[in-house]
Design a binder for this molecule. Structure first.
Ligand code: ARG
Length: 454
């Protein structure tokens, strides 16, 4: 009895088979087989006629898959076996394709190629989103709004400054996805099952054919390495978390209580019961998707944890984690971009919330500092000023000179000048601050980065 030709137990097959989810590796599998066959002939391991038969057989396989005519058989365990099985039906030379190759180095190569392609896609989508944020910031350059800490009004900022904060978060995501290109740069193929192969293959040739910068130096590492998936998932998880923060904020801002923004109808739903409602569903889903992507990352860490060298079937569990994260984060990036391109902000509501004079408390303290009062002491004095105003139901500027003199004799006419409209926004002149001149610098810098990327 051969251990390899027995029909598989259906229950085991249900567990063992990966074809239902790994078929999407096919373009990379076909591409690597082309490069591999070409190399085998070049190195004199197979004949030129076999290579030609394999290459035209692969063309046919590709046509069948693209034309939706490729038939998956019951015992095709995974995409690699399905393609090789069909190729061998088309040409006897197909049986030579697996020379000097194992599914272990084959699958690692396919997945590395797929990660690289999707890291590039994510970068493109991020650049689009960042461009939309820059446009949006430019259109809302001098719109005052309250900046928050603890979701309590803290100090006013310009909406442009607030929007650009997300630009920098996504910029770091861009850098993280860029790192995935480095992480996928060493070709696993040629490592064989684990120890190398008995043939003098030319791995660098295959690497160049497939767009890898080099070859994995250690065959044991090559077939067991899934770091590049962790790197992608990690970048995706952080990016999804940023998108969830953006989404959550849009949800809050869309509420009647805030009334700061309104998403386009195409990204909202109405209530089946309450006609007045407009629900920001898309923003809510951006908020909700992040833990799912983070879960994919932690799951793969769990799969890899404690695995002995080298290939273990556990590694087959990498793909669904990866594919789901790719689909989720790419969709969310598309939606976020479109949602921002069509969102509208309410200038009056934002401004009304920003004119609360209590937001100037820190600025009053700084005024005292400029008059020589140590900051900690100034902080206490202004605390008293705020308390008095709140107790009397007055705004800060409604306090009389007499009242002021009693609590804070150091304060004079400058106090009233400071409280005039907008004065305390434009005073944030430090680098990275919200004054218009600084936001303009920031916009220029953001535009420069976008022009440099791609
Ligand atoms: N479907 C397998 C995977 O995704 C391919 C590698 C199988 N290798 C093996 N020795 N059984 O990991």
């Amino acid at each position: 009895m051969s251990r390899f030709s027995e029909p598989q137990d259906p229950l085991f097959q249900a567990l063992n088979s990966s074809i239902e989810f790994d078929f999407r590796l096919w373009p990379y599998d076909v591409a690597q087989s082309r490069a591999h066959a070409t190399m085998l002939a070049q190195a004199g391991i197979i004949g030129g006629d076999d290579r030609d038969a394999i290459l035209s057989g692969l063309d046919q396989v590709e046509e069948e898959i693209e034309g939706d005519r490729f038939e998956i058989r019951q015992d095709d365990e995974d995409v690699h076996m399905a393609i090789e099985r069909r190729l061998t039906e088309i040409t006897d030379a197909g049986a030579k394709l697996h020379t000097a190759r194992s599914r272990n180095d084959q699958v690692a190569t396919d997945v590395a190629m797929l990660v690289r392609a999707h890291a590039l896609d994510a970068r493109g989508l991020l650049v689009d989103l960042m461009g939309t944020l820059v446009d949006l910031a430019e259109r809302h350059l001098d719109w005052p709004m309250p900046g928050y800490t603890h979701l309590q009004r803290a100090q006013p900022v310009y909406l442009s400054h607030h929007l650009l904060a997300y630009f920098w978060k996504f910029r770091r995501d861009l850098q993280r996805f860029h790192f995935c290109m480095t992480a996928t740069d060493d070709l696993p193929l040629g490592a064989g099952a684990l120890a190398g192969t008995n043939f003098a293959t030319e791995r660098m040739f295959v690497a160049q054919e497939l767009g890898f910068g080099g070859i994995a130096e250690n065959s044991l590492d090559a077939v067991s390495n899934r770091d590049f998936i962790l790197d992608y998932l990690s970048a995706a998880a952080t990016c999804a978390t940023h998108l969830s923060q953006l989404g959550a904020e849009i949800v809050i801002w869309s509420s009647e209580e805030f009334g700061f923004c309104e998403v386009a109808d195409r990204f909202a739903s109405g209530s089946s019961l309450m006609p007045q409602k407009k629900n920001p569903d898309a923003a809510e889903l951006l908020r909700a998707k992040a833990p799912r992507v983070v879960g994919r990352l932690t799951t793969l860490h769990g799969v890899l944890h404690g695995l002995p060298l080298t290939y273990n079937k556990d590694l087959q569990e990498d793909k669904e984690q990866l594919f789901d994260a790719i689909d989720t984060v790419e969709l969310c990036l598309r939606v976020a971009r479109e949602m921002l391109a069509t969102i509208s902000y309410d200038r009056e509501r934002l401004a009304a919330a920003a004119t609360d004079q209590l937001l100037a408390a820190t600025d009053v303290a700084d005024l005292l500092v400029k008059k020589g009062v140590p900051f900690r002491k100034a902080h206490g004095i202004v605390g008293g000023v705020v308390r008095t105003a709140v107790e009397q139901g007055k705004s800060l500027s409604e306090l009389t000179r007499e009242e002021l003199a009693e609590i804070a004799p150091e304060l004079d006419g400058d106090y009233y000048a400071l409280l005039e409209d907008g004065a305390w926004l434009e005073s944030k002149v430090s680098e990275g601050g919200t004054s218009l001149a600084r936001v303009r610098d920031q916009l220029a810098q953001a535009r420069h980065i976008l022009a440099e990327t791609d």
